[in-house]
Design a protein. Structure first.
Length: 103
């Protein structure tokens, strides 16, 4: 079972607020088939991002995670731009949390 964290939810809320049609019919993550992998991947991505922030090395994040996501989400018909934005929101949340400037 996927554990949804507050940082994960911040990213989901952020991307759906910025792109309100995303979860509507015809939107990039409309239907459970599309949203479920996004939520599961979000937890994994958040772990990678947090590790990258703490170590100062994001190379493995691109190699092991983001490149594979692009292929997977393209196959599902999920917009890559929204995926990138959600990852950036999670990165900002992780950086804020690690540097103790979380709001």
């Amino acid at each position: 079972m996927t554990k949804i964290t507050s940082k994960h939810l911040d990213a989901v809320d952020g991307i759906t607020c910025e792109s309100p049609g995303l979860t509507s019919p015809g939107g990039g993550v409309y239907t459970n088939r599309k949203i479920s992998p996004c939520l599961c991947d979000g937890e994994i991505i958040l772990r990678y991002i947090t590790y990258a922030v703490l170590t100062g090395d994001a190379s493995f994040l691109n190699d092991c995670c983001l490149n594979r996501l692009k292929e997977t989400y393209s196959a599902l018909g999920i917009t890559v731009g929204n995926t990138i934005r959600a990852v950036n929101i999670m990165k900002s949340c992780a950086v804020a949390h690690v540097s103790d400037t979380n709001t």
